[in-house]
Each structure stands twice: as C-alpha cells, then as structure tokens.
Write a protein that binds this ligand. Structure first.
Ligand code: GTP
Ligand code: MG
Length: 199
C-alpha cells in the first residue's frame, strides 16, 4: 500500500473527543523513545507530521492522523518513562488503557520494541496484559540501523524464547528503521490486509 495523504486530525486525552470510530484504526505504543513518532513520520514520508525528540516523554497525548482519507494512524505516549512505581507502570495514565480497551475501531496495536536490547520486563508485561485483555497486536522491532545483523538475530531469537514462555505462538512481528527507511512496506501491507476485513 502507498500512503498518498496523511493529515493530523486531533490530539487529546479524552476518548469521546477522538474522531468518530467509523474507519479502521492502528496505534503505535511502546516505551518512551523507542521510535513511535519517527515510525509514523517514516511511513507517511513526512518528517514533520509527528513530533520527535531525543528526550523521552515527547508524545503526551493520543494523536490521530488520517491516512489516505480512509484509515487512522494513532501516535500514543510511551510507557516506562514517568517516574512511577512498578505497580503503577501498567496503569500509567488511565486514558491510554481506556483508549486501548474501548476504542472500537482499533483493529491492531503495534507494540514497538527497541531491537538493540534484550527482552525487557516492562514490554513483556505489557504484552501479557494485552493478551489477558484480548487486544490484537503485532510487534515492531525498531532502530535496526543501530545493530549488526548478528546482534539483531540474537536479540530476536532471545525475544522469541521469552515470548513463548507465555504465548503459544509468536505474534506477527516486523523489523524497522525509520532512519534508514527499512521495513515500512511490510507494515503497510499488513495494515492493508487488515483494512480489507473492514466493512
Ligand atoms: P516518546 O514520544 O517520548 O514516547 O518517544 P517515541 O517513541 O515517539 O520516539 P521518537 O520517535 O521521538 O524517537 C526517539 C529518538 O530515537 C529520536 O532521537 C529519534 O531520532 C530516534 N530514532 C527513532 N527511530 C530511529 C531509528 O529507526 N533509527 C535511529 N538510529 N534512531 C531512531
Ligand atoms: Mg512520540
């Protein structure tokens, strides 16, 4: 799928102020600084669409972007950044869990994971929570320009091993680099496939 148009629609913390749920929607989530906003800009080929920063915690709101006039891409704030207790981490900002659990047109969540790191508890816990809540998701391993292919393969295998302790099968997963523009097409084709199930 090619992206022909991408427009910012609205930012907010309130579910009832999000656009009407009448088109397929996909959201990007993951630890602060993992590259959610960068991936949105790469996919839409627009460096200025979503704000990027080297400082974690840049995205603070639910940001809706309308793509090709017929589906939404949503940039969410990251987790694991706010100075909060372990217990509070998964509950980080009620509006995000409310969004994830109740947004009726959210067809798939993309959980972004830094490909440079070994499996992190906070990401594994978050995906287990998605599993408990039966929220469909896929993984995107980001920043692959920053690792050698041998380290990448080692980390991916390690991830798979950890995931299979909880999951019967691996969720769909992708690798990407917004910097080197790698992996976007597969993500967009996956979205296109899911879009075709929307009626
Ligand atoms: P929050 O909004 O704070 O949750 O962060 P985010 O996940 O939206 O991350 P963001 O896109 O703002 O990127 C964080 C930093 O990582 C920025 O300095 C980006 O330039 C850098 N970055 C993002 N993606 C890539 C990538 O694929 N490769 C490299 N080398 N750097 C990247
Ligand atoms: Mg961001």
């Amino acid at each position: 799928m090619k992206i022909k148009s991408a427009e910012f629609v609205i930012s907010n913390t309130k579910l009832d102020l999000c656009p009407a749920p009448n088109m397929p929607e996909y959201a990007f989530i993951g630890r602060s600084n993992v590259g959610k906003s960068s991936l949105i800009n790469y996919l839409t080929n627009n460096k200025k669409l979503s704000k990027i920063s080297q400082t974690p915690g840049k995205t603070q709101l639910i940001n809706h972007f309308l793509i090709n006039d017929n589906w939404y891409l949503v940039d969410l704030p990251g987790y694991g950044y706010a100075k909060t207790s372990q217990k509070n981490r998964l509950k980080w900002q009620g509006f995000i869990s409310e969004y994830i659990l109740t947004r009726e047109n959210l067809l798939n969540l993309f959980v972004l994971i830094d490909s440079r790191l070994p499996p992190q508890k906070i990401d594994l816990d978050f995906m287990e929570w998605l599993g408990e809540k039966q929220v469909p998701f896929a993984i995107v391993f980001t920043k692959i320009d920053k690792v050698s292919s041998s380290v990448l393969n080692k980390n991916l295998l390690h991830y798979k091993k950890e995931m299979l302790k909880y999951w019967a099968t691996m969720p769909p997963s992708f690798t990407s680099s917004s910097e080197s523009k790698i992996g976007g097409e597969k993500i967009l084709n996956y979205i296109e496939e899911i879009n075709s199930t929307w009626n």
